[in-house]
Design a protein around this ligand. Structure first.
Ligand SMILES: C[S@@+](CC[C@H](N)C(=O)[O-])C[C@H]1O[C@@H](n2cnc3c(N)ncnc32)[C@H](O)[C@@H]1O
Length: 268
């Protein structure tokens, strides 16, 4: 949960990383002792957090398949985390190995993990950049070598916007990405809402490591503004298990109570 700030650039393996804890809960390979130890402690006070992470990962798989079925072959995954289990390129390449995927993350540890995971994989790259600096991302040669912004692109912000406070005007940032997209492009968002067990996990983190990670949880009604100017794809903004669920998805007794909401907007 060492959240990168604007000046981030150093590897810090003494603190657990939110991306690596997620990778551990998803059955991935990129986590170390600090991550696993803290992940196990979180589960004691917040036993359903691994389920939330898996439910969100399953949502991303369904989302990517849905987009591929609609002809999208370009993906820009902002605040990507570790491109391991259920990563966008893996799902997309099951259907079309020619699909282009650019991951963007600020964390140098993720850049390192990605170099290993993406070695020898065509049509995929990770750019280490601050998503808040739109020009650094949209103007990066690494992005433009793979992505043609004259064609439809799916921009994904999966559990990224919670790192932005309202004072940073996240809606304006999202709009600056949406406005760069061609007709037929999509914007996919997943976002944690108020969840008691997530709060427990954050409290535990601050007790053990000092300052808590700065996250802003948002209710589904607060996510609507991110889709301004886009047409919301059915079923709208819903808890992740309810977004076009498939028969092989992990089921939960009360999916409407899951406090991770997601939506997909289409630019016409
Ligand atoms: C909660 S993780 C989500 C990872 C991934 N999208 C997933 O769903 O598994 C958020 C990621 O956003 C990255 N991040 C946070 N602020 C960022 C910023 N300003 N620019 C780029 N990446 C950022 C973090 O390093 C982290 O990997």
């Amino acid at each position: 949960m060492a959240l990168p700030g604007p000046g981030a650039g150093q590897l810090d393996t003494s603190r657990p990383s939110i991306a690596r804890i997620r990778d551990y809960w998803l059955g991935g390979t990129h986590h170390d002792e600090a991550d696993r130890g803290f992940a196990e402690q979180i589960v004691v006070c917040a036993p359903h957090l691994p389920y939330l992470v898996r439910a969100q990962n399953a949502f991303v798989r369904r989302l990517v398949r849905y987009l591929i079925e609609r002809g999208v072959r370009q993906f820009l995954d902002l605040g990507s985390g570790i491109p391991d289990v259920g990563a966008v390129h893996r799902v997309a390449h099951e259907v079309d190995p020619g699909a282009k995927v650019v991951y963007v993350d600020l964390d140098p540890a993720i850049e390192q993990d990605s170099a290993e995971l993406l070695a020898g994989v065509d049509n995929v790259t990770l750019l280490r950049a601050d998503v808040r600096r739109t020009d650094d991302v949209l103007g990066a040669p690494a992005v433009n070598e793979l992505i043609d912004f004259a064609q439809p692109v799916a921009v994904l912000m999966i559990e990224f916007l919670l790192h932005l406070q309202d004072s940073e005007d996240p809606a304006d940032l999202v709009a600056s990405y949406s406005s760069a997209l061609a007709s037929g492009s999509y914007l996919g968002i997943a976002h944690f809402s108020q969840d008691e067990q997530l709060q427990e996990g954050l409290t535990l983190f601050s007790r053990m490591f000092g300052a808590p990670p700065a996250v802003t949880l948002r209710e589904p009604g607060e996510l609507v503004r991110f889709f301004t100017g886009l047409e919301l794809v059915e079923p709208g903004i819903v808890p992740v298990p309810l977004w076009k669920p498939g028969p092989s998805d992990e089921h939960v007794r009360n999916p409407e109570l899951v406090q991770v909401h997601a939506g997909l907007g289409r630019k016409s």
